[in-house]
Design a protein around this ligand. Structure first.
Ligand code: PEP
Ligand code: MG
Length: 430
């Protein structure tokens, strides 16, 4: 990471704002003695891994259904500000180490991972302003010229769309044949439009789920969703599997009960790990799928290992709930061969530096990384800059509706334009 000179922090403030579900979250601002400043807001998940760093909430049932973050704001304004004022904002690792030290718990439960991350991200932004560099270059981690392959979540199910007919949480479009990021967005937007028209022509709802994908009630839920996406790709004039492919996030933890996978919305089937993998294998033959995230539940490490052995040569196997952006779990995954890629979410671990470490561990092991939004988002496009900064190679930020999702893609369009000829865009599945 870039470490230069000294630029001491002068003040830190925070406030309660709302995320895309209308639930409180925290936004922090860090002001440097030079006058430079940066602000950042923290997102929130719904299908969370049990080992994620702790998102602290007030628990006062009379305010925001118990989900207020006034205590978290107070932690930033009090203890955290006191502990960080005067420290060098240009040394992100030292700032993050200090945040971890101030909290003093292994899972950031005392001050709250949301408090720590808001300040960590706002410091990175203030440092970028101080250096007069865009955030993706200021972080100083990678070459910062690789635009991520985007994954657009166009059909929402699972916990993100309780009234849809899909048990699987995310059906994503991957414009892997596009020549550059800007064209990739166009391929996906045109296909999303075709999907809308298809749904309308079939008399289905085009209301959207938490991540902006459509959330219809289709006959045979999960398989029908894949079929519909293939039709939408064709209707938009593209070639399935060549121009655009499919990525899935079943988020299998959310339908894993008593040691079996229960697909209650699509026919009440019950599957063992092995049968789930059989199902995925069948789907690989039927649909142009290039990536499956959380195909197994977070505790089903042996299922993940089996899935990676059977399908890992053909597709990307991504861990999310099981790795929670934590080097401890990712290292176990590398040792046990339970995936070949990791999802990366800043708020699962709680500081920018630890997130960078998680990415770098994956990269050293030859694993791919997918930088991810959360289902409860804000308009903050931090992850777009972050994905470019660390040469992540892939990013998912929901669909092509809802501005909190588009803020990230739009920021990448800006970065792509800014980098011009220098911008690289690589199909990670080749
Ligand atoms: C983005 C996701 O959802 P959430 O933020 O609800 O964990 C995910 O599971 O990948
Ligand atoms: Mg996931």
């Amino acid at each position: 990471m870039n470490v230069q000179l000294q630029s001491p922090i002068a003040a830190i403030d925070a406030m309660e704002i709302l995320d895309s579900r209308g639930v409180p979250t925290i936004k922090a601002r860090v002001v440097l003695q030079s006058g430079a400043s940066g602000a950042a807001a923290v997102p929130s998940g719904a299908s969370t891994g049990s080992e994620e760093a702790v998102e602290l909430r007030d628990g006062d049932p009379h305010r925001y259904f118990g989900k207020g973050v006034r205590k978290v704001v107070a932690h930033v304004q009090g203890e955290i500000a006191k502990g960080l004022v005067g420290r060098n904002a240009l040394d992100q690792q030292a700032i993050d180490a200090r945040l971890i030290e101030l909290d003093g718990t292994p899972n950031k439960a005392r001050l709250g991972a949301n408090a720590l991350l808001a300040v960590s991200m706002a410091t990175a932004r203030a440092a970028a302003v101080e250096r007069d560099l865009p955030l993706y270059r200021s972080l100083g981690v990678g070459k910062a010229d690789l635009l991520p392959m985007p994954m657009f979540n166009v059909l929402n199910g699972g916990l993100h769309a309780p009234s849809s007919s899909m048990d699987f949480q995310e059906f994503m479009l991957v414009p892997l044949g596009a020549p550059g990021f800007t064209e990739a967005v166009r391929y996906a937007a045109e296909t999303f439009d075709a999907l809308r028209k298809l749904l309308q022509s079939m008399g289905h709802s085009t209301s959207v789920g938490d991540e902006g994908g459509f959330a219809p009630r289709l006959g045979n839920g999960n398989a029908a969703a894949c079929e519909l996406i293939v039709r939408a790709i064709e209707r938009a004039g593209y070639r399935p599997g060549i121009d655009l492919a499919i990525a899935l996030d079943p988020a299998a933890t959310s339908f894993y009960q008593e040691g079996e996978y229960r697909l209650t919305r699509s026919g009440h089937q019950r599957y063992s790990s092995e049968q789930m993998i059989d199902l995925y294998a069948d789907w690989l033959s039927a649909y142009p799928i290039v990536s499956i995230e959380d195909g197994m539940a977070e505790d089903d490490w042996s299922g993940f290992a089996q899935m990676t052995r059977r399908l890992g040569e053909r597709i990307q196997i991504v861990g999310d709930d099981n790795f929670v952006t934590n080097v401890r779990f990712i290292q176990r995954g590398i040792d046990e061969g339970t995936a070949n890629a990791s999802l990366i979410k800043l708020n699962q671990i709680g500081t920018v530096s630890e997130t960078v470490e998680a990415v770098q561990l994956c990269q050293r092991a030859g694993w791919r990384t997918v930088i991810s939004h959360r289902s409860g988002e804000t308009e903050d496009p931090f992850i777009a800059d972050f994905a470019v900064a660390v040469d992540a190679g892939q990013m998912k930020s929901g669909s092509l509706s809802r501005s909190e999702r588009l803020a990230k893609y739009n920021r990448l369009l800006e970065i792509d334009a800014e980098l011009g000829e220098r911008a690289r865009f690589v199909n990670p599945y080749r």
